[in-house]
Design a protein around this ligand. Structure first.
Ligand SMILES: Cc1cc2nc3c(=O)[nH]c(=O)nc-3n(C[C@H](O)[C@H](O)[C@H](O)COP(=O)(O)OP(=O)(O)OC[C@H]3O[C@@H](n4cnc5c(N)ncnc54)[C@H](O)[C@@H]3O)c2cc1C
Length: 500
């Protein structure tokens, strides 16, 4: 038996962003909290650790941003241009990106609570900064932010979860590593009564009045990927932690919870062709290759297969990884010329990159081991299709192609200025969209639509927010909003039970 305490008001399963927010909110409400983490301590923080730490939230202007970054200097303020991103814009992006399927109550809760939750995270020790490197282009001496995403955590994902762990320890949350929740225990009335744990030394049960499931999606479970996402998905590379295998979802379904959301879909991106099978905490998210709107993307036959400029990167990248898995050998190649090389994101400059450079397109194709005539033909036809207009990467500039399929709808520059560079990518899965059905108060519903007393869920355990696609920065935001709500609600539920 484990020698630790055996009873807690709230047990939180999973120590990513959502679980940490749940634990902090439950402590804030006066509950005793146990945070269970399946991974060993050196892998704590789940996928949240791997992120760039960028969160999407609604704001009315610089005044709101200043509540998060009060030390913005006048000089900084005069060097930036940030358009407001209000609740209506956030909602219309969510609707458009999810093919109008996002569950409105959950989605609006996330949006309306987004700025207050950012402020709450700051009060818990997270420090915010402007996302200059990833979300702004310099235009006419000003950094112009684009795509509704302007703020990231200082220190990115590691900075975000590091601050939350520090606070959790300070606030008296008990954290147990290498401790996997294996089963939820309910009493005769179906109320949560405990959690079964496989600890480092043995298995044991913890008594609790309430459990918050924040154990991530099933992206690291090859068999579930194949079962729900379809053929070849077992071959995808996993961008983050290897510990997110669907445990939270499975445990809840076993006691009658309702599956919800887009089970056959996921967030997946262009990821380095030779990246390891799952995330490397030293490299973090830098195997991603997100500058494709500045060039063209071809398969091994040298053929284009998507509109690289359909929208800002934030609104296409999560879907485009999925398109790569159906290409021959699950491979794609991003091709740029020297005109845009200086605009490529930082991740193109890491040492661990699958890259070739050449002074002709034919030589580049040979080095990348892709069809030489195919690539030469594609580039020839693409260049001939580029329409006149001013190129501006900070706006949807409408500089497009005409007469090639698929089109490139924005930022279409001819590929004609050597040296040419090419980057090999494959599909990297980020997280899955299917999960549990919750109410806006984060209560898990059963298959009959009733809440399971004492059971809450947050983060990627939740289904119903994202369908087909995803606007960048919403995963951490949804996790923080529903993490905070679930912790507060779980604590309130236990307190109400006690006072009955
Ligand atoms: C490379 C990368 C970059 C990303 N960048 C961004 C970004 O910039 N902005 C953004 O919004 N989103 C980003 N995301 C998505 C983001 O990571 C997720 O939306 C978010 O982190 C999910 O948080 P979570 O708390 O639900 O899950 P996680 O952070 O994955 O935490 C789940 C935790 O549960 C633990 N666990 C699993 N099973 C059990 C069990 N049985 N018992 C106990 N513990 C268990 C896991 O070990 C893990 O620690 C990125 C993801 C990746 C992989």
């Amino acid at each position: 038996m484990n020698g630790g305490k055996k009873r807690f008001d709230v047990v939180v399963v999973g120590s990513g962003n959502a679980g940490l927010c749940a634990a902090l909110a439950a402590r804030e409400a006066g509950a005793s909290v146990l945070l269970l983490e399946k991974a060993p301590e050196e892998w704590r923080g789940g996928n949240s650790f791997f992120t760039g730490g960028a969160l999407r939230f609604a704001f009315r202007g610089l005044e709101d941003i200043k509540t998060l970054i009060p030390d913005l200097s006048d000089e900084e303020v005069s060097s930036i241009q940030i358009e407001p991103y209000d609740e209506d814009q956030f909602y219309s992006d969510m609707l458009r990106i999810t093919d109008y399927l996002t569950e409105p109550d959950l989605c609006l809760t996330m949006i309306r609570r987004s700025l207050p939750t950012m402020q709450w995270l700051r009060s818990k020790g997270v420090r915010w900064t402007l996302a200059f490197g990833r979300q702004a282009f310099r235009v006419n001496e000003k950094f112009r932010f684009w795509g509704g995403l302007v703020v990231e955590a200082v220190g990115a994902g590691p900075g975000l979860v590091g601050a939350l762990f520090d606070r959790a320890v300070k606030d008296g949350v008990e954290i147990r590593y290498a401790s996997k929740a294996t089963r939820l225990l309910a009493d005769g009335d179906g109320k949560i009564a405990g959690v079964e744990v496989r600890g480092p030394a043995s298995s044991y049960q913890v008594e609790t009045g309430s459990a918050v499931l924040a154990a991530g999606g099933f992206e690291a479970n090859a068999e579930w990927r194949c079962r729900y996402l379809g053929p070849d998905w077992e071959l995808a590379k996993v961008r983050g932690t290897l510990y997110n295998t669907g445990d939270g979802i499975r445990m809840a379904l076993e006691i009658g919870a309702q599956p919800f959301g887009h089970w056959s879909s996921c967030h997946a991106v262009a990821w380095d062709l030779n990246a390891p099978p799952h995330g490397d905490r030293r490299i973090g998210d830098l195997f991603q290759k997100h500058s494709y709107p500045l060039g063209i993307v071809v398969n091994i036959k040298g053929e284009r297969f998507l509109d690289e400029g359909a929208d800002f990167r934030n609104y296409t990248y999560a879907e485009y990884g999925r398109r790569i898995i159906s290409q021959p050998h699950r491979a794609a190649f991003q091709i740029f010329d020297s005109k845009v090389i200086s605009l490529l994101r930082e991740e193109y400059r890491i040492r661990e990159v699958t890259k070739a450079e050449a002074s002709t397109i034919e030589e580049l194709a040979k080095k990348l081991e892709i069809d030489v005539e195919g690539l030469a033909r594609t580039v020839r036809e693409f260049n001939a299709a580029v329409q006149p207009g001013a190129f501006n990467p900070a706006i949807l500039d409408g500089k497009r192609t005409e007469g090639v399929l698929p089109p490139k709808s924005n930022w279409a520059l001819p590929i004609d200025t050597p040296p040419y560079v090419g980057y090999g990518v494959t599909t990297g899965i980020t997280f899955t969209f299917g999960g549990l059905r919750i109410t806006p108060r984060a209560e898990v519903l059963d298959t009959e639509g009733r809440s399971i007393p004492g059971l809450y869920a947050a983060g990627e355990n939740v289904g119903g927010l994202f369908y087909y696609n995803y606007p960048g920065g919403s995963g951490l935001m949804a996790g923080a909003v529903f993490g905070r709500i679930s912790g507060a609600e779980a604590a309130a539920y236990v307190s109400a039970q006690r006072n009955r």
